[in-house]
Design a protein around this ligand. Structure first.
Ligand code: AQP
Length: 330
């Protein structure tokens, strides 16, 4: 079985964007690939976090993976917390010493996040290298991701090739991004030019998986559209309307063409109401399942099982890599 790997930062409650770009692909392919699904808590601290909230978010993230349909009982499903495996940081250091400052500061996400804060940590610059370590440690072939993280997967590819060439061996599998056809960039509801993010300053801009029915309806009904009246899919000229069509398409389980046909002749109000109805139906069912899961012990059980398995694999890979670079004694 080829390996697939992804993680969603526990930097807040997950959004429907995180679902579309990340989790939905795990549930789609979980019977086909050996899946490494982790909680990247070490990535989350690249921007300030409240430690109490972070710990809560870690467990909640796993609860959300499971409530979205990830099957922790599969033998080929490994769910784990990044900081519970020390090899991620060790490999990251070796890879940092094979990456260039220039290539890291050119990353879009770094530019965007560093502009938001007057001062930022060096972790914000180097975290794509940690992400490369997360992926390369397990020889993952596929990395489900939204558009925003594609550049980071490309860095992981470059580092794998650079390392393999430098040390003359097939040390790392070169990974490929797996980008969904629909929903690779769910947009911010207030500024649809931007992507939807969980750590947004404006809660009206994002729909969180744990939002109440009232909030979901309010946010969708006030989502920015345009001064036109035609419901059409045109991401460049009608990003707000196209975003609503995309959300409808993902959550109603139809193609974009089917969504456009459904709203042929409809006004923006109808598009918004129907999109809100579909979202409410799916997210309320999700929340019932989530509450059940959080009240059981299965979240900890899944994380314990995943920690043991992934530590074993990571230890072997790290040992191979540290020898290649000349660490240790002869
Ligand atoms: N708006 C989005 N549309 C589609 N996919 C998205 N992803 C994130 N936002 C969207 C995908 O979700 C997965 C997990 O991402 P992450 O949590 O590791 O970090 P992120 O990409 O930085 O996500 P956020 O929500 O924007 O988090 P914050 O606000 O903390 O930075 C990835 O597969 C990502 O592509």
């Amino acid at each position: 079985m080829d390996r697939l790997l992804t993680g969603l930062q526990p930097s807040g409650s997950l959004t429907i964007g995180n679902y579309c770009g990340g989790i939905s692909q795990v549930t789609k392919y979980q019977n086909e690939y050996e899946t490494f699904l982790f909680v990247p808590d070490m990535h989350a601290i690249t921007v300030p976090q409240d430690p109490v909230a972070l710990q809560k978010n870690i467990k909640q993230a796993v609860g959300m993976y499971l409530a979205c349909g990830v099957d922790a009982t599969l033998d080929n499903m490994h769910i784990y917390v990044q900081s519970e495996n020390l090899y991620h940081a060790n490999l990251s250091w070796i890879l940092e010493c094979h990456s260039y400052f220039g290539e890291l500061t050119r990353m879009h996400q770094f530019k965007m996040k560093s502009q938001k804060n007057e001062s930022f940590t060096s972790g914000l610059v180097t975290y794509p290298v940690l992400m490369a370590a997360d992926i390369l440690l397990y020889d993952a072939k596929y990395v489900p991701t939204g558009i925003d993280q594609k550049q980071h997967v490309e860095l992981a590819r470059n580092l794998a090739e650079r390392f393999n060439n430098k040390y003359n061996g097939n040390f790392f599998t070169v990974p490929e991004p797996m980008i969904p056809e629909v929903g690779a960039k769910i947009r911010d509801l207030v500024n649809p030019e931007n992507k939807m993010s969980k750590s947004t300053d404006n809660p009206k801009a994002s729909i969180f998986l744990l939002d109440t029915e009232k909030d979901i309806r309010k946010k969708i009904m006030s989502a920015k559209t345009d001064s036109d009246t035609l419901v059409a899919f045109d991401e460049e000229n009608k990003p707000g309307v196209s975003n609503l069509l995309t959300i409808y398409s993902v959550f109603a389980g139809v193609t974009i063409e089917e969504a456009v046909a459904k709203f042929d002749g409809a006004n923006y109000g109808e598009l918004k109401r129907t999109t809100a109805d579909v979202l409410v139906e799916k997210l309320m069912a999700f929340q019932d399942k989530y509450n059940e899961i959080m009240a059981s012990g299965i979240v900890d059980e899944a994380m314990d099982k995943g920690r043991e398995y992934t530590n074993e694999i990571a230890a072997k890979k790290y040992d191979e890599i540290r020898r290649a670079v000349g660490f240790g004694r002869v």
